[in-house]
Design a protein around this ligand. Structure first.
Ligand code: 13P
Length: 256
């Protein structure tokens, strides 16, 4: 088992939640809780909260991420934000290709790939999301779907850059539904992702890449999921919005 070669990363994905005062309150509550964590702690917050989050987490072990980034450096892309705009305010991580972006905003593996490369070029650490739909799992093509996403999303990403990338396995049927993948299901796909990364790069590279599980991870199921050999952390939606719940997940990852 090579778990010790990689960093456990727990990342909150706040999605479209928290006004600025609410964000301030949650971060202040989180700071003393996160302090004892030995895993990496990231909060990915709406664009309007990024500066507040960076400011309030200065000098703490909490890192800040965005929830999306555009692939061009600048130009006529109404409503989009570039990688340089994120790095200049101190953002370090960015979620790319979340299933909600793919489902509601028409993002494809091609745009996920472009966004990933733009993020890496600017020095951001991408959290690239992959995962199958319920229908795809029922049709028994989960591994085909995941293999395809890994190939397309990481097309032309060098081994050096791949080492800076986090892969989040988020089965779409488990997101926000309360239905979690069992620890066996999560491990099966996360270890399959590592096999794909080994094939694409090398074992040495694959062994250093953090692979998260995401989808209804909560204080009750986190320890078991995080104890799996290829589950190196979590991308957390609902449970990242309550400091106490997020703290339990940080403890589980720190001890896992
Ligand atoms: P939930 O934890 O709310 O299921 O969301 C998971 C997710 O989409 C994280 O990116």
């Amino acid at each position: 088992m090579n778990k010790e070669l990689r960093k456990a990363v727990i990342a909150g994905n706040w999605k479209m939640n928290k006004t600025r005062p609410e964000a301030k309150a949650l971060i202040e509550e989180l700071k003393p809780i996160a302090e004892k964590a030995t895993c990496d702690v990231v909060i990915c917050v709406p664009f309007t909260n990024l500066e507040t989050a960076v400011e309030l987490t200065k000098g703490t072990n909490i890192k800040v991420g965005a929830e999306n980034v555009h692939f061009e450096k600048s130009g006529a892309f109404t409503g989009e934000i570039s990688a340089d705009m994120l790095t200049e305010i101190g953002v370090e991580y960015v979620i790319i290709g979340h299933s909600e972006r793919r489902q509601y905003f028409g993002e494809t593996d091609e745009t996920v790939n472009k966004r990933t490369k733009a993020a890496l070029a600017a020095g951001l650490k991408p959290i690239v999301c992959v995962g199958e739909l319920l229908w795809e799992r029922k049709c028994d093509i989960t591994k085909e779907v995941i293999a395809r996403q890994i190939k397309l999303d990481l097309f032309d990403v060098s081994a050096e850059d791949a080492k800076k990338t986090i892969i989040a396995y988020e089965p779409v049927w488990a997101i926000g539904t309360g239905e979690t993948a069992t620890s066996e299901q999560a491990e099966e796909v996360c270890s399959f992702i590592r096999e794909q990364l080994t094939e694409k790069y090398s074992k040495e590279v694959a062994d250093t890449i953090t692979i998260q599980y995401g989808g209804s991870m909560n204080p009750k199921n986190a320890a078991e999921l995080l104890a799996q050999p290829d589950v190196d952390g979590g991308l957390i939606g609902g449970a990242s919005l309550k400091a106490a719940d997020f703290g339990v997940l940080l403890d589980a990852a720190s001890n896992g």
